[in-house]
Design a protein around this ligand. Structure first.
Ligand code: EPU
Length: 451
């Protein structure tokens, strides 16, 4: 099982490019189920989640080729299989985004219920509610949701998609994908406004769909009889971009980030500026493919962060900003409003000397100036990113165990960070091998609170 070994304290310098977005690419790939014509996607990152989605679509009759790195062609050639099996769904919860396209195109779907994961319970009730409003019917059997469409074609409807924690990103993706082929018009109210939804609507419109309002809470879809092929370039990954910005800030470095979706990152850059980090776009216009210079001095100010649906501060950057605020000059408050249990990184950051006091969905971060290296365990994708960032700035050596979590969402992160000066390498660890990095204990460090 791979681990990262990181010698903290190196300054970063140079230029680093943001890859295509995983969370945009997954529903875009699932859109191939809506047509028998070829889709070509560019800038698809090479990640384990993408490979899992390829595997799933392959089982569902989609032929996938990779003519060159980052480019995929997807074409449905066989519609006989409509079962997303537990074996795949359990490795990647986002598999649920095949549900809407399968029901719309094949009138049937069997998708294993994703279940919870390290960041929380993660129900799909809103997905099912929306698809039922379009005429689908569901039953539960052997942990699988089995759906069918009486009459074979979905029918447009008005759907309110808000839940206790706001809207749902993949739920919105499922409903708008399904509604493209429904008879009549669908209006989704309280739709997710995330940039990944805009990207999906753009691809679907290129395929012949008639979707307006994506990016706002009300999306209107006029159903069409069929969709065709299209070519599309995946938007850059806003969470990877935000993670790289924090890498520059936490190491008090200057880094230029290219292909940066600055237009989708205003909540994050607003917080970075409050912390005292300088964010300098190369030109004035905010774009989804900006070039931006990030720099930070020795002193970082504390600030408060509340995660919210887009355009609020993204939950997927919460762990990374916690690492940054752990070395700021005072007290910060982080409140998690999307996944209230998403705090597994708190205990691991505490092992590195962070002073964190968690109470329910809120964690108080008392900055300690400098963290210390330690062996720590990655628990989920973004928590792992937070630990890598903490280790980059810590005194001494850290080992981040179980980086397969990180590999789900960051392509060759260690190589790319090493290319801008980080002292980081991937090592293969036997599960039974005891990780014993050199841990430097700083005199006078406040004892970490272990929640
Ligand atoms: N929710 C419900 N019912 C539902 C669906 C969601 O109550 O039917 C709740 C969730 O439990 C959560 C909130 O609504 O409290 C938002 O969940 P959402 O459905 O928006 O999450 P998702 O679509 O499953 C995507 C990203 C996540 C990201 C969230 C929130 C993908 C593949 N995943 O998940 O990304 O955290 O939106 O922005 O797009 C990650 O990349 O690390 C990651 C977890």
């Amino acid at each position: 099982m791979d681990a990262f070994e990181i010698e903290g304290g190196a300054r970063l310098a140079g230029e680093i490019r943001v890859n295509g977005s995983k969370n945009a690419a997954l529903p875009l790939m699932a859109a191939s189920l809506l047509t028998d014509q070829p889709l070509t996607l560019a800038d698809v990152p090479d990640l384990s989640d993408i490979r899992n989605m390829r595997h799933l679509l392959d089982e569902l009759g989609v032929e996938i080729n990779q003519p060159q790195p980052g480019q995929l062609t997807l074409q449905t050639t066989d519609t006989s299989e409509s079962h997303a099996r537990y074996d795949i769904v359990k490795t990647m919860r986002a598999s649920v985004c095949v549900l809407g396209p399968l029901l719309a195109a094949r009138g049937r779907a069997r998708v294993s219920l994703p279940g919870g994961c390290a960041i929380g319970q993660r129900p799909i009730d809103l997905h099912l509610h929306g698809l039922e409003a379009l005429g689908a019917r569901f039953q539960l059997e052997q942990g699988d949701v089995i759906g069918h469409v009486p009459g074979g074609r979905l029918v447009g409807n008005r759907i309110f998609l808000g839940g206790s924690f706001g809207s749902t990103v993949l739920g919105t993706a499922n409903i708008i994908s399904a509604a493209t082929l429904a008879r009549g018009t669908t209006i989704v109210e309280s739709a997710a406004c995330e940039p990944e939804i805009v990207d999906l609507a753009n691809l679907l419109n290129r395929m012949g769909a008639r979707i307006s309002g994506a990016g706002s809470p009300r999306i209107t879809i006029e159903g069409v009889d069929q969709l065709g092929g299209a070519s599309h370039r995946v938007i850059p990954d806003r969470i990877e971009a935000g993670t790289l910005m924090v890498a520059a800030a936490i190491t008090r470095s200057e880094l230029t980030i290219t292909n940066c979706p600055l237009d989708a990152l205003m909540a994050a850059t607003n917080r970075l500026e409050a912390i005292g980090v300088v964010v300098e776009p190369a030109d004035d216009a905010l774009s989804m493919r900006s070039k931006v210079r990030i720099s930070a001095g020795e002193s970082l100010s504390p600030c408060d962060i509340t995660t919210q649906p887009h355009p609020g501060f993204p939950t997927d950057l919460q762990a990374q900003f916690m690492a940054l605020l752990a070395v700021a000059d005072g007290h910060s408050v982080i409140t998690e409003k999307i996944f209230p249990e998403r705090f597994l990184h708190v205990a691991e950051l505490s092992r590195m000397g962070a002073r964190l006091f968690r109470q329910g969905p809120t964690t108080i971060v008392s900055g300690v100036g400098r963290l210390v290296g330690a062996p720590v365990m990655a628990s989920d994708l973004r928590a792992s990113a937070g630990l890598v960032l903490a280790a980059l700035a810590a005194r001494g050596t850290s080992r981040i165990l179980r980086v397969y979590h990180l590999d789900r969402g960051y392509e060759r992160l260690e190589e790319r960070l090493a290319a801008v000066g980080a002292r980081i390498k991937r090592i293969g660890l036997d599960e039974h091998e005891s990780p014993q990095p050199k841990v430097v204990v700083r005199k006078g460090i406040a004892p970490a609170y272990q929640p």
